[in-house]
Design a protein around this ligand. Structure first.
Ligand SMILES: [Zn+2]
Length: 314
C-alpha cells in the first residue's frame, strides 16, 4: 500500500477550481497555473514526492473536432519530450478498472479514459469511481463496432449512444473526446465529429496490450516504444487484466526513466443529444437520484455468511 490519500486530496482540490466554468482561452496550462487557491488556504502539495504525479495539465478546445495522436493525426503535436498521456479504453470493468484506479492513485497521477457505452451502463458504479478520482472521461462508442464498416446513420448512432451513456451513468456530461474502436475511422465520420465539436484521439503508440497476456510484456512493450518515440499518447486498456496487473510497475518505471505525465482536459463538456439521453435514462431505469453513489443509497446492515445461507450443507 502506498500513501496515496494525501496527494489525491491536494490535487483534486486544485483541479476542482479549474472547472468547466473557467473560460480562459488558454490551451496549455501548468498545474500551478490552474490553481487559484483561495486566499485563506496555503498552496501546498503534501503528496508523496517520490510519486509520478501530474507534471502538466493541458486544456483542449475541441471546436471543429481536432484530431490527436500521430498514428493518424499530425497537426497538433502538443507533448514535449519526455511527456506521456496515459489513456485507457474499453472499461469500465469489474476488477480491472478498480485496479487501474488504485495504481494511478498510488502515484498521484491522472489518465484519460475512453469507456464503452454498454459497459458504462452495466457498471455505472465503476465509472463513477473513475470520475470521482478526477480522471478525464471521453467515450468509445456504444458497443465497440467497427464504425468504418457501418452505414453512416448507424455509425453516428453508435457514437451518440456512447456519448450519452457516459452522461446518463455519471449524471453529467464529460469531455468531448472520442476514440474510434480499433482506431478505424472514415472521412465522413471525422466530418460528423467536426460538426459535433468532438475531439478525436488516436494514439502515438499502441501498447497492443489486448494481445499480450503477461504483465511484464505489457511493460516492456510500452517502455520500448516510449524510448524510441521519446514521448507520446499511450493506448492501453483498463478492460485488460494483464494491463491492470502491469500498471503499478509500469508507473514506477516511467518515473524512474524521467517521463512526466500530462493530464488532458477539455475546455467545455460534450453536448449530448437529448433523444439518446432520454432513451438511455429509460434503459438505466430507477428513480430520480441516479447520480448518487450506490454506497450512499444502499448499505449492507447484515450479511449472513456462507453457512448461514446454506445450512443443509453445514
Ligand atoms: Zn476499444
Amino acid at each position: 500500500m502506498r500513501a496515496a490519500a494525501v496527494c489525491a486530496i491536494a490535487i483534486s482540490m486544485s483541479v476542482a477550481s479549474a472547472s468547466w466554468a473557467q473560460n480562459a482561452p488558454v490551451k496549455a496550462l501548468t498545474l500551478a497555473a490552474t490553481t487559484p487557491a483561495p486566499a485563506a488556504m496555503p498552496i501546498a502539495y503534501p503528496g508523496n514526492p517520490d510519486s509520478l504525479g501530474v507534471a502538466r495539465t493541458v486544456e483542449i478546445d475541441t471546436t471543429g473536432g481536432p484530431g490527436f495522436g500521430f498514428e493518424h493525426f499530425k497537426a497538433y503535436d502538443f507533448l514535449r519530450d519526455g511527456e506521456v498521456v496515459l489513456t485507457f479504453d474499453d472499461g469500465p470493468w469489474p476488477g480491472n478498472t478498480p485496479a487501474v484506479l488504485k495504481a494511478l492513485a498510488a502515484q498521484c497521477t491522472k489518465a484519460l479514459f475512453f469507456p464503452i457505452g454498454k459497459h458504462a451502463m452495466w457498471h455505472p458504479e465503476i465509472l463513477k469511481q473513475v470520475a470521482a478520482a478526477g480522471h478525464t472521461i471521453g467515450s468509445h462508442t456504444w458497443s465497440h463496432l467497427d464504425l468504418s464498416k457501418l452505414p453512416l446513420a448507424q455509425a453516428e448512432e453508435e457514437i451518440e449512444k456512447g456519448v450519452s451513456a457516459v452522461r446518463v451513468t455519471l449524471g453529467q456530461p464529460e469531455a468531448p473526446f472520442f476514440r474510434f474502436p480499433d482506431l478505424r475511422h472514415s472521412p465522413e465520420l471525422l466530418a460528423y465529429l467536426g460538426t459535433r465539436n468532438i475531439g478525436i484521439f488516436s494514439t502515438d503508440m499502441d501498447s497492443f496490450d489486448f494481445r499480450i497476456h503477461k504483465p511484464e510484456q505489457v511493460i516492456a512493450s510500452i517502455m520500448t516504444k516510449l524510448k524510441k518515440n521519446g514521448k507520446g499518447i499511450v493506448l492501453m486498456h483498463d478492460f485488460q487484466h494483464a494491463t491492470s496487473l502491469a500498471l503499478p510497475e509500469l508507473l514506477v518505471q516511467l518515473k524512474a526513466n524521467g517521463y512526466r505525465i500530462v493530464q488532458v482536459k477539455a475546455k467545455e463538456p460534450v453536448t449530448t443529444l437529448a433523444a439518446y439521453d432520454q432513451q438511455l435514462e429509460k434503459e438505466l431505469g430507477g428513480g430520480t437520484a441516479n447520480s448518487r453513489l450506490i454506497s450512499s443509497v444502499v448499505r449492507t446492515i447484515n450479511e449472513p455468511n456462507f453457512n448461514d445461507r446454506f445450512p443443509a450443507i453445514r
